[in-house]
Design a protein around this ligand. Sequence first.
Ligand SMILES: [Zn+2]
Ligand SMILES: [Zn+2]
Length: 273
Amino acid sequence: MPEMKISFLGTGSGTSTNRAHTAMVYDCDDGTRLLIDTSSGNSVAKNGSELGIPVASYDQVLLSHHHPDHLSGLLFVQFVRALERQDAPALEVYLTEETLEWAQMMCTSSHLNVFEVDDTGAKNSDGRQVMNWNTVKSGQEVSLGPTTKASCFDADHISGAVGWRVESNGLAVVFSGDTRFNPNLVEASKGARLLIHEAFCTDEEAKRANHHGHATAGDAARSAAQSDVKELVLTHLDTVFHQDQQPLLDDAKKHYSGPISAAFDLRQITVDG
Ligand SMILES: [Zn+2]
Ligand SMILES: [Zn+2]
């Protein structure tokens, strides 16, 4: 039976104060390791080290969108990785065209040992290629390992934002990215084992969530029910829910009868099927 281990390195919303920003690691059935979003600052390195997952172990990153709580940690990931692993090939970064524009601007403006940035990738001051850009379009499938593939779908958040479906040895996990309730996600999640969906707040605050381009816990659960996934995990939680996720779980249970839980930093789960 195929398995996938998921390590949550960051599970807070962009405005959260006591959780790291969004990042996850998927350890796939065929040995492929994927970093999904890069949080901000050094959270990927710090929380990864708590779980025995060094930055040097990443070869592939999937990005959902250019907001700094998802993208800006990339600077430190490539920096630490290149130092720790001098013989490493370039980090393969999968992102949309619009996210790439922002990633290029970020690299150019920060110069965190990124010396040269062009449309193919980035080089450091030694002239070494440290990142390769792989631009993707909605629905396009990319091969990431012997039995691992991924495809993105448009999110309803900001222009260029996507969610990701990753499938390894027939086991599919879908990550919503940041999004309002998203019919594209429902379609892309059909037959998936697990849906990891952002849940900014409760249904009572639906207007606020919608205004900021986010989903409520109820939206996440409706997506899980409509796509008939086997399990739902809520993430990207705002500060007010960091101690007590029950209001979110209570809302979600009204719409979806499968297992529901909330992510927290350093949580690890293994799904099979
Ligand atoms: Zn976010
Ligand atoms: Zn965002």
